[in-house]
Ligand binder design. Sequence first.
Ligand code: ACO
Length: 431
Amino acid sequence: MKMEKNGTAEIRVDGKTLTYPVYEGTEGERAIDISKLRKETGLITYDSGFMNTGSCASDITFIDGEKGILRYRGYDVADLAEKCEFIEVAYLLVHGSLPTAVQKDRYSQLLNQHSMIHEDMKDFFSNYPEHSHPMAILSAMAVSLSSFYPELGQDVKEDLDMTVTRLISKLRTIAAFSYKKSIGEPTIYPRHDLKYCENFLNMMFSSPVRKEPINPVMADALNKLLIIHADHEQNCSTSVVRGVGSSGINLYASIAAGICALWGPRHGGANQHVIEMLEEIYREGGDVSKVIERAKNPRSPFRLMGFGHRVYKSYDPRAKIAKELCKKVIAATNTKDPLLDIAQELEERALNDSYFQERNLYPNVDFYTGLTYREMGIPTNMFTVMFAIGRLPGWIAQWLEMNNSETPIARPRQVYTGPNLRKVTPIAKRK
Ligand code: ACO
């Protein structure tokens, strides 16, 4: 859908009034189109961190951060998590509509057909140092897929569909292989008789000497966790995917860049840091006060991990789903995780503290997802990898939308604050 023109805005610069069109999206967000501002006034807009910049118009995901709403292609994320499997949501994001039963079946078969990686790629795993972070491996492998499976014609729809399918299926295999490498076990190949999430759990937890039964509660939890991560409009990694893709480079390379962006502790890396923070509290006797005080101290760079969000100024709807999932998985494993009690106490204390209330800081998606993955037996350094598997269909959908709309190359401007012109002193005379 296109943005509708709905009004104009006047901007007064140096005594001159300029009029710019105002566009409106389908949910009522309005934006001033200032693309001609520099040409007409010599001025650019300054918006560090793009806090107030709409970089594109998009049909894919709608977020209302004040009301805590998240929808993919018009469907509420909680509704999708309740009624769909992850591959249905992946299909929805990439193709624009939910699959019928026949389409879902066909898609599932297609993903299975492309689940193996080239045998030579397996050698890559053996050459990484033992403690390599799986996100480094995942990103390198994603870009390497472009050498083993070069896209055919990027402009031909069927060829692009093939690249998309390969990525969604193979990235999951690569993720499981990188885990096996990190624990020194042989890799387990994907199986055609298993569904997407069950296949992943089997590759992670079975071994040549032990066939691990797949617990349906875990498979269901994995489907839901991947769904809540599947897209989040123009966040840091998605903007990177679109930005890198706007240079004309292939989908694999753009996704590899997105994986690197996601890795950061202020983005998808936060789920790993949440667990590390909770473990530290546990080791030090379980008192959450110290961490709360540290987070509130303006002189400390420390932030309460899994709290706060650039867009959500109310409870992150994904965190609500993850919290309930976490309890369900813990009940199914019949364990008692002391970190869940610490997390719940931390949440309650923060939500009742004026520092967090005044700044609208609530738990974000990362606060409870890490705990849930931990209960499922997925190690901490794999959490962001899990996030990447979930976010992949969103990145792909955003890249395709960018590619189809002939977006200009992403190239923001800047306000230069360095030295004015100066002469180079010959090296012999430099002090
Ligand atoms: N703990 C303590 N204080 C915080 C936190 C936090 N987690 N988050 C924000 N604040 C404070 C800031 O210090 C600032 O305080 P001030 O006004 O006194 O200076 C105020 O709240 C506003 O913070 P901003 O930095 O402007 O918020 P921004 O929108 O830029 O940052 C971000 C959002 C990066 C997510 C931030 O909240 C944060 O670092 N959270 C912790 C890391 C995390 O959980 N990241 C995952 C985000 S979800 C995702 O990417 C999937």
